[in-house]
Design a protein around this ligand. Sequence first.
Ligand SMILES: NC(=O)c1ccc[n+]([C@@H]2O[C@H](COP(=O)([O-])OP(=O)(O)OC[C@H]3O[C@@H](n4cnc5c(N)ncnc54)[C@H](O)[C@@H]3O)[C@@H](O)[C@H]2O)c1
Length: 257
Amino acid sequence: MQFANRTILVSGCSSGLGAACVQRLLGLGARIIGLDRTSEPTWLHTWEGPERWQARYTHGQADVTDEASVQTVVKQGVERFGELSGVVCCAGILHGERVLGRESLASLDAFRKVIEVNVVGTFNVVRFGAESIARTSPQGPDQERGVIIMTSSIAALDGQVGQSAYSASKGAVASMTLPLAREFGRLGIRVVSIAPGVFDTPMMQAASDKVRGPLLESSVFPKRFGIPEEFAAMVQVIFENSMLNGTVVRLDGALRM
Ligand SMILES: NC(=O)c1ccc[n+]([C@@H]2O[C@H](COP(=O)([O-])OP(=O)(O)OC[C@H]3O[C@@H](n4cnc5c(N)ncnc54)[C@H](O)[C@@H]3O)[C@@H](O)[C@H]2O)c1
């Protein structure tokens, strides 16, 4: 897929993996509708000079779980840049809590919140995104309309103690991938999820050395955390390779947690 003059929605655009995707896709010439619960990210103002992005970036502040505000962000972005050719879902939250804690049982509210943001929020962004991609004119020999990329995690299959909520949420994202690809195939829309290992983003930087140390130790090669640009590079590959569809791609340097 060519990126110039294509519109791509990126959720979780203000930080970490989402921010790296915005930078890479802008660099490739795409127009970006950024969506995050935070206001316009400050890194945009220092990145490559405002003239490089201002004409091709619009920011929508919205909670991914909120139907009306996600719909508004997509509608306003599409009015400015045209119908979508891609969606990259990066908004998500991390939560760790043992079921049988020292002093109390795990919180049901916390479990619900993780499912709400990581599963319901992702689905909400996907459905409004897919609605727009379905209106895009098909392109190229395959008559492709667009690509939807969701972010799962290796915790979907390889969750650690305390990750029951997070693993359940990322497992649900992985499980949605094939049925969505099957449903959207007739429209020329591909759906792929990425299951990252550990990436050095604000989400992981917030973890204690007690958590980070053993994860680094378990890395096979390269013996380091992933950098967000490597995630963004995988996103580009998925956009460009039309045979990638209905699958979950591990991006983890052989880390098994
Ligand atoms: N960093 C890792 O090691 C890693 C590994 C596997 C999966 N992931 C997943 O990758 C995605 C991105 O993670 P990251 O490391 O870049 O984290 P991050 O915390 O740096 O960025 C997440 C972004 O999502 C936004 N967000 C969170 N909840 C939101 C909501 N309800 N509505 C709108 N925006 C919301 C945040 O404001 C933030 O900008 C997440 O889904 C995460 O679970 C990350």
